[in-house]
Design a protein around this ligand. Structure first.
Ligand code: AMP
Length: 213
């Protein structure tokens, strides 16, 4: 799942993983959980993540490669947030071909920069179940509380890197470092781009279903 931060990769990957019954591998979620649990890796990741920079390629590749060897990935997976640079995309292809696998499809969610800034600044998530809300387009039923019954009204939180200045920085990094992999997958003939500006998550999910059909 490709796209700028806030393009909706997490929401759509979550939905697809449920439909296809394969794991949703979000590099950001995996890295955040290391930081929250203060693991040795988390201490290495934290300075990059809190300032909106990409963590070094070798570190990102190592953590994700480990995750992809787990049993639940045997029948496929949806990658969200990885790869995020050409060296990561090349390393992923190398590792997959070692295991006799290839990527089937790269779905690119295209959203205008101004819409990205507004989406991220209004993004909130549940610290317990990870559900993502938007204060304008995907509001929780009760103000600032998670809707999931098991969460018992957990207070929604805003990510540290969703502050406007950090959002602009992440967008610049996206255009410089991550966007070139769209071309990389296009040249391999597996790219499907979806115009997402002004469309709600259900409409985007429908468009994804169409390209997968
Ligand atoms: P995300 O939740 O995907 O927006 O990721 C949050 C942060 O984790 C990013 O701003 C980066 O600091 C780091 N991160 C996540 N995935 C990667 C990756 N593939 N390569 C480098 N850094 C990453």
């Amino acid at each position: 799942m490709l796209g700028a931060p806030g393009a909706g990769k997490g929401t759509q990957a979550h939905y697809l993983a449920e439909t296809l019954r394969i794991p949703h591998i979000s590099s950001g979620d995996i890295f955040r959980s290391h930081v929250e649990n203060s693991t040795a890796l988390g201490q290495k990741l934290q300075p990059y993540m809190s300032t909106g920079q990409l963590v070094p390629d070798a570190l990102a590749c190592e953590i994700i490669a480990d995750r992809l060897t787990e049993d639940d990935c045997a029948d496929g997976y949806i990658l969200d947030g990885f790869p995020r640079s050409t060296p990561q995309a090349e390393e992923l292809s190398r590792q997959m071909s070692e295991r006799g696998n290839t990527l089937d499809i790269a779905i690119n969610l295209e959203v205008d920069d101004d819409e990205i800034v507004s989406r991220l600044a209004n993004r909130r998530s549940c610290p317990d179940c990870g559900h993502i809300y938007n204060l304008i387009t995907l509001k929780p039923t009760r103000e600032n509380q998670c809707d999931t019954p098991e969460c018992n009204g957990s207070a929604l939180v805003q990510r540290e890197d969703d502050q406007e200045e950090t959002i602009r920085k992440r967008l610049n990094i996206y255009h410089e470092t991550t966007e070139p992999i769209v071309q990389y997958y296009d040249s391999q003939g597996i790219l499907k781009s979806i115009a997402c500006s002004g469309r709600n998550p259900d409409q985007i999910a429908e468009a994804i279903d169409e390209v997968l059909a």
